[in-house]
Write a protein that binds this ligand. Structure first.
Ligand SMILES: Nc1ncnc2c1ncn2[C@@H]1O[C@H](COP(=O)(O)OP(=O)(O)O)[C@@H](O)[C@H]1O
Ligand SMILES: [Mg+2]
Length: 275
């Protein structure tokens, strides 16, 4: 499996090249190391007596689009919260580009290049669309000129430039979903975690999202997404990880996972297996 090479690596100390690598050049895909971009081992999180995530092992390679699927309550969003420092695991390890993440704040993890969107939209209602996205850019840099540039680039990518001076409550849901992704992209991530990005979109917007994710990946940003809409997951993901009751029950190529009896029983149902 290939992973992103040095051409796609960027850090807080190298903002200009970060910007160029993320949005202005085609990513170089190299084979500089055998380590995965993200390595998760033994990840466990309990809420009282409930084990929301149980001894989870999985990896994401640079350049991949990985789908995380499973029934409601399977632990998918909890995994994203653990990866990005919003929750602390009870046990397990998370290593991102060789850096251990457990114990770091969401802000520190964002600076390392790992950022997530949220299932529930929560834009800053009193800020314009541009200002909302600039908040994301300011997580990366305090430089006003640079943050404005990052925000403008992300707005352009998400097709929000024309409505940048509007307030969030003036936009339809589809655009607000794009705003979430724009905020995350403006932080200049290397790995973007998207929590149900398709939900609430029209079929046309959904098709545009699939195209957008492929273009984001081509620019060197690796993607891991949670989604229930299987035709979308099947179309855009290189690999799928399936959770059930916090445990990984399957992992692999979309077509193999979709015909896996354990996945059909726990999640997809017989109707999907026949389609
Ligand atoms: N902060 C929390 N406190 C208590 N229980 C939680 C909390 N967050 C999630 N859970 C529980 O953990 C389980 C997994 O939730 P979640 O990760 O949101 O699932 P998914 O995203 O797969 O639908 C669910 O049973 C949910 O009720
Ligand atoms: Mg969820």
């Amino acid at each position: 499996m290939q992973r992103a090479g040095n051409g796609t690596r960027f850090h807080y100390c190298n903002l200009t090249s970060a910007f160029c690598n993320a949005f202005s050049t085609t990513a170089e895909i190299g084979t500089d190391t055998n380590l995965s971009l993200l390595e998760v081992t033994g990840l466990t999180r309990r809420f009282g007596g409930l084990v929301a995530v149980s001894r989870l092992d999985f990896a994401v390679e640079g350049g991949e689009i990985v789908g995380l699927i499973g029934p409601n309550g399977a632990g998918k969003t909890t995994v994203f919260s653990l990866l990005t420092g919003f929750l602390r695991p009870d046990s397990g390890h998370i290593v991102f580009d060789s850096a251990p993440l457990v114990g770091l704040s969401p802000h520190r993890i964002c600076l390392l290049g790992l950022v997530r969107t949220f299932q529930n939209l929560k834009p800053f209602l009193h800020l314009t669309i541009r200002e909302n996205v600039t908040v994301g850019a300011l997580a990366r840099t305090a430089d006003r000129t640079l943050s404005a540039r990052y925000a403008a680039e992300a707005l352009e990518w998400l097709g929000l430039t024309d409505m940048a001076d509007h307030l969030p409550n003036e936009l339809p849901i589809g655009h607000l979903k794009m705003l979430e992704i724009a905020k995350a992209l403006a932080t200049q991530p290397r790995l973007l975690l998207l929590d149900e990005p398709y939900a609430g979109l029209t079929p046309t917007e959904g098709a545009q999202l699939g195209d957008l994710l492929q273009r984001i990946r081509k620019k060197g940003v690796t993607i891991c997404l949670i989604e229930h809409v299987m035709r979308f997951v099947m179309a855009v993901c290189d690999r799928i990880v399936v959770l059930h009751h916090g445990e990984k029950i399957a992992e692999g190529h979309p077509t193999a996972v979709a015909s896996d009896p354990a996945v059909i029983k726990a999640y997809l149902g017989k109707a999907y297996a026949g389609s």
